[in-house]
Each structure stands twice: as C-alpha cells, then as structure tokens.
Ligand binder design. Structure first.
Ligand SMILES: NC(=O)c1ccc[n+]([C@@H]2O[C@H](COP(=O)([O-])OP(=O)(O)OC[C@H]3O[C@@H](n4cnc5c(N)ncnc54)[C@H](O)[C@@H]3O)[C@@H](O)[C@H]2O)c1
Length: 299
C-alpha cells in the first residue's frame, strides 16, 4: 500500500482548533495538504469566541513545515460557511476535501431544554455540515475527487439525556447518506466518522460515565487515533460512499442500518404484527440497507 499523500490538495477542517479536528488538520497537513483550519474558538456552548485555538493549530502546522490558514467563521451560519470556502479559494485556489467536525455539546434531560437549544444543535451539527457542503460543492465537483467527511456520534443510536445532540447527529447521518447519492454524479464521495476520543467534550460527560471511563479514554483514546480514519475518507483513493466508520482508540468498524428479512403477509392485521414480532425483529438474514444511486446512463 502506497502512502496516502495529499500534496497539491486543499482540505477544510472545521472545529480544528481543538480535540479531534485539530488532529485531523495536523495529519492532513503532515501528508502534504494545504489546510483551512476553521474554529470559532468558543466555550462548549459556543459562547466567548476566540481566534486563539485556530491560530495555535496553524502555528503548529507551519512549525512542522506545513501550509495552513486560519478561519474563525461559525459553521452555523450561511455567511460563515461561504466565508470558510472563500478563505480556501483565496489562499489556495481550490477545495478537494471538507471535514465537517465542528460541534457543541451538553447533557440535559429532554423536557428541561428550551426548543431554542434543539435549534442551536441542529444549526451547528446539521445545518453547519449542510451549508458548508453546499458552499464547497462546485469546488468539490471541479476537483473531480471531492470528498466530504461528516462527524456523527454513537449518540444517534440513543443514549440518556442527549435528545438534542443525538437527534442532530441523526440528521447528519441522513445528510451523509443523501449527499452520497447526490455526489455520485460528480465524483464526490461522502462518508462520516463516529469518533470516540478524550477531548474537552468527553470531560463534560464527567459524572454520567462509569467510574474510570475518562481515565481510560485519556490514556488509550487520543484524537490522533480518530484522524487516520478521517484522512482515509478524505483521500482521493477512498472508494466508499455513504458509510459511517467508528474510530475510537484504534478500533475501526462499520456502523450500518439493516433491513431484516421480516415477514410478508397480504392479509396483515395488527394481531399479525404482534404475533410475529420476533420474526420481524430477527436480524439473522438481515441485509445492509443500500444507497439508491441513480444510474448515470438512465438504463
Ligand atoms: N470526543 C468524542 O468522543 C466524540 C464522540 C462522538 C462525536 N464527537 C464529535 O466530534 C466532533 C469534535 O468534537 P471534540 O470531541 O473534538 O470536541 P471539542 O470541543 O474539543 O472540539 C470541537 C471544536 O469545534 C469548535 N466549534 C464549535 N462550534 C463551532 C462553530 N459553530 N463553528 C466553528 N467551530 C465550532 C469548538 O470551538 C471546538 O474547538 C464533534 O462534532 C463532536 O460532536 C466527539
């Protein structure tokens, strides 16, 4: 296997001032990419923005001989997304890969959060990823090897006190699948990473995790063990689309949605569903739910 090289390629990484995004940016730059290091630089709720984190990542990339520029725009606004892409074009003239990684986080019971908080989580995670993908789309198509790497979370599967966050990540999952279909005609591949790494975001979960979990994550699950998966998905040699890869402490696996074999009964009644529920739910013989990619020849 030849080394995955990004020389001559331009990547945008959002939320790259800290944690996982910073590791993505450092790895891509080390492999030769010119990187737009985007980060709002605020607290976990988005307040108190600061250029400091993005500037630090850029300084570290340049110190190592790489090429990068700072963007402090918020992904959560259309103007912010346009400005991130404009920064890439002004500095480097093209966009080959977008890693949508920026995210905010908190833990709270479903019925205690105001609706505005749900909107804010959608704005950052879902609309942030969507708006940047849209702004970068023509450049990714022009690249001929455009790649989008979104960031989901195991929280989309359902965990306590994360309805706001897990639902927003579920929306990013649907975005990934549907953009993969939309991108097929343009050579754009769209996948997602579901990370697990010791960052300030995880430190926030504190008391809600079993004793010893954070200590274990600090020792065994650095952001640098998520970045190789994002780098592969961002590389022109990536041959998959619409997939989610979990990346945590060296573990990499495929997260899939399944269709079970189920039942077929033309005389279906509610009682049939109740009586045959075990068969309906049985995953033996299940098939991975496939993307519906239009045939470009129309045949
Ligand atoms: N750490 C984990 O185990 C874990 C697990 C599942 C998913 N994730 C996801 O991974 C991504 C990175 O998280 P992390 O753990 O590195 O967290 P982090 O808080 O260390 O880093 C997130 C970065 O995103 C930036 N950001 C937030 N809102 C922004 C906005 N509107 N515009 C631009 N930048 C913004 C923040 O300033 C911060 O630097 C997030 O999408 C998160 O939801 C992380």
């Amino acid at each position: 296997m030849s080394t995955l090289d990004f020389t001559g390629r331009v990547a945008i990484v959002t939320g790259a001032g800290r944690g996982i995004g910073r590791a993505h940016a450092l790895l891509l730059a080390e492999r030769g990419a010119s990187v737009v290091v985007n980060d709002l630089g605020g607290d976990t709720d988005g307040s108190s923005p600061s250029a400091g984190p993005a500037e630090q990542t850029v300084a570290d990339i340049e110190k190592a001989g790489g090429s990068a520029v700072v963007s402090t725009a918020s992904v959560a606004t259309e103007d912010g997304a346009a400005s991130i892409v404009a920064t890439a074009i002004e500095a480097f003239g093209r966009v080959d890969a977008v890693i949508n990684n920026a995210g905010n986080f908190r833990i709270a019971p479903f019925d205690e959060l105001p609706l505005g908080t749900y909107q804010a989580f959608l704005d950052t995670h879902f609309f942030g990823s969507l708006m940047l993908a849209r702004a970068a789309w023509p450049h990714l198509a022009a690249s001929g090897r455009g790649r989008i790497v979104n960031t989901v979370s195991a929280a989309l599967l359902g965990v306590p006190d994360m309805v706001h966050y897990g639902s927003a990540k579920g929306a990013v999952y649907g975005l990934t699948r549907n953009l993969a279909v939309a991108g097929a005609a343009h050579g754009i591949k769209v996948n997602a990473v579901a990370p697990g790494a010791a960052t300030r975001m995880v430190e926030l979960t504190g008391d809600s995790l079993p004793p010893g979990t954070i200590e274990y994550m600090r020792e065994h699950m650095p952001p640098e063990l998520v970045a190789p998966v994002a780098a592969y998905l961002a590389h022109e040699s990536c041959g998959i689309t619409g997939e989610v890869l979990t990346a945590a402490g060296g573990l990499v696996n495929r997260m899939v949605m399944l269709n079970t074999a189920g039942i077929h009964d033309p005389a279906l009644t509610p009682e049939t569903v109740a009586d045959r529920l075990d068969e309906i739910l049985d995953t033996s013989g299940a098939q991975v739910a496939a993307l519906t990619v239009p045939d470009p020849a129309g045949s």
